[in-house]
Design a protein around this ligand. Structure first.
Ligand code: P71
Length: 457
């Protein structure tokens, strides 16, 4: 097993509170068996998301002290702009408070009702913002990406032939842009290869359609390219990122992931007309263009985070820590999605709990068991999140995959924490027949997984 070495030492610590099994039994009942309802103080290892949960470096914290809170033209904006321009290279750079605001602004400006947006796989907020603006979000993931049992180096890739067919069928007039999500979060944090990006670019160019990146986890994607794709072993992460973004016309970015900050994002584009229209809307709903809904100090933390995230020792540790957790589980026979991605390990709950039918939420049952057993919070990505009931026939369609995501915050937990998580999961796996299913007692009409109340069957 490759042992992931933390390339940092700890200067400030945040205590974790242990709870007893009895306390957790009470807390989970009071939370309606929904982990979103648990106060974070009652959680030992929080793997709900890697978004906005990073630990900042001493250099970033020092940057907060040189925050300039001028309404217009803050020096931190120029530092932020310089960092983004160097890595991403786009002409117009518009800060936002997080990723979904960049999506909202972009799709408000470029979409007209009935338009299509192809993507290797839309993340939920991206899909929602496309739909909210009258568009249709089309996922064109390559077939290997959909199979939880095949191991391939770039399972996040776009199905380029399907993209070509979609454009042929609907015409470029209906497709204002093509999106590429790196890494592909909804497909397991799997990377996209440079070759696939180039091929996608070629199709877009031939039809005169702009290509945008959803760049949330771009540095992790670039590390996978360096590690796995022929021809990149001797290139720096910065050089790989520069090449990658040179194929695009713009991007949306949630800096809460590979910006190594707790809040922030941006929209970038080479299209002056789109940038102008986005900026007008930005001033109306978000803020002046040199702060975009953030404080000056947040922009400084982002500027420094973007430079730090390119560090190869850090990325080797980051990807290695996820792999290390995955390897421990895999060796004990625990069913996971392979290979492990850049930011999370995904448990395959259907294979883990074959005795629980999908309508009794095996993914959620497993996430609940993990909290009860060890105070670990994960997130279900399965029937609770995605099953859809037809309002006319009353029939429910279930998603293909029933997963539990263990998303690892950046620079927050040590490899010993990962071993603790692995041990807890292995111990649950050994007595998995004792875990029972759940049923919903209350749900809201959309995004029910955030607020649903459940009980044990
Ligand atoms: C994740 C998140 C955060 C999240 C968001 C909504 C519900 C639950 C958790 C956010 C992403 C993402 C990609 C690929 C855009 C966003 C939105 N991911 N694209 O995975 O993964 O960014 O949160 O800054 O608005 O837990 P934002």
């Amino acid at each position: 097993m490759d042992f992931p070495f933390e390339p940092f030492k700890i200067k400030v610590v945040e205590p974790l509170r242990s709870t007893t099994r009895e306390e957790r039994d009470r807390i989970i009942k009071e939370a309606g068996f929904n982990l979103f309802n648990i106060p974070a103080d009652s959680i030992l290892v929080d793997l709900l998301t890697d978004s906005g949960t990073s630990a900042m470096s001493d250099n970033q914290w020092a940057g907060l002290m040189v925050g300039d809170e001028s309404y217009a033209g803050s020096r931190n904006y120029f530092n932020f702009e310089a960092a983004v321009r160097e890595i991403f290279g786009f002409r117009h750079i518009i800060p936002t408070h997080q990723g979904r605001m960049a999506e909202n602004l972009l799709f408000s400006v470029v979409l007209k009702p009935g338009d299509l947006v192809p993507n290797n796989t839309h993340f939920d907020t991206t899909r929602a913002n496309v739909q909210h603006n009258g568009g249709m979000a089309v996922d064109l993931l390559n077939p290997a990406g959909r199979d939880p049992h095949t191991e391939q180096p770039f399972k996040g890739n776009m199905d380029v032939q399907a993209l070509e067919d979609l454009i042929q069928k609907h015409g470029r007039g209906k497709i204002p842009l093509v999106m590429m999500t790196i890494t592909n979060n909804s497909a397991g944090g799997q990377p996209v290869s440079m070759a696939n990006i180039r091929e996608t670019r070629e199709v877009c160019q031939r039809h005169g359609i702009p290509m945008f990146f959803d760049a949330c986890r771009f540095a992790e994607n670039c590390f996978f390219i360096k590690d796995r794709e022929p021809g990149y072993a001797n290139r720096s992460i910065l050089e790989i990122a520069q090449e990658l973004f040179s194929y695009g016309d713009g991007c949306t970015m949630s800096a809460k992931k590979d910006g190594l900050v707790n809040i922030g994002g941006f929209l970038a584009t080479n299209n002056a007309d789109w940038a102008g229209r986005v900026t007008n809307l930005l001033i109306l709903i978000e803020g002046f263009p040199t702060y975009g809904g953030l404080a000056g100090r947040d922009l400084e933390a982002m500027a420094r985070g973007f430079r730090e995230v390119l560090n190869e020792d850090y990325l080797r540790f980051r990807v290695g820590q996820i792999r290390y957790l995955g390897q421990q589980l895999d060796r004990a026979g625990v069913p996971i999605i392979k290979p492990t991605g850049g930011h999370a390990v995904y448990l395959n709950a259907r294979d883990f709990l074959p005795h629980i039918p999908q309508y009794q939420f095996p993914g959620q049952a497993l996430a609940v068991a993990l909290y009860r057993e060890a105070g670990i919070r994960s997130v279900e990505i399965g029937s609770l999140m995605f099953a859809q009931r037809d309002p006319e026939t009353g029939e429910t369609t279930y998603p293909d995959l029933e997963l539990v995501r263990l998303a690892v915050p950046r620079r927050v937990y040590t490899s010993m924490h990962m071993s603790y998580v692995a041990e807890a999961i292995i111990s649950i796996y050994k007595r998995r027949e004792q875990i029972t299913g759940l049923r919903i007692v209350h749900e809201s009409p959309y995004l029910r997984h955030f607020t649903a109340q459940l009980e044990e069957v």
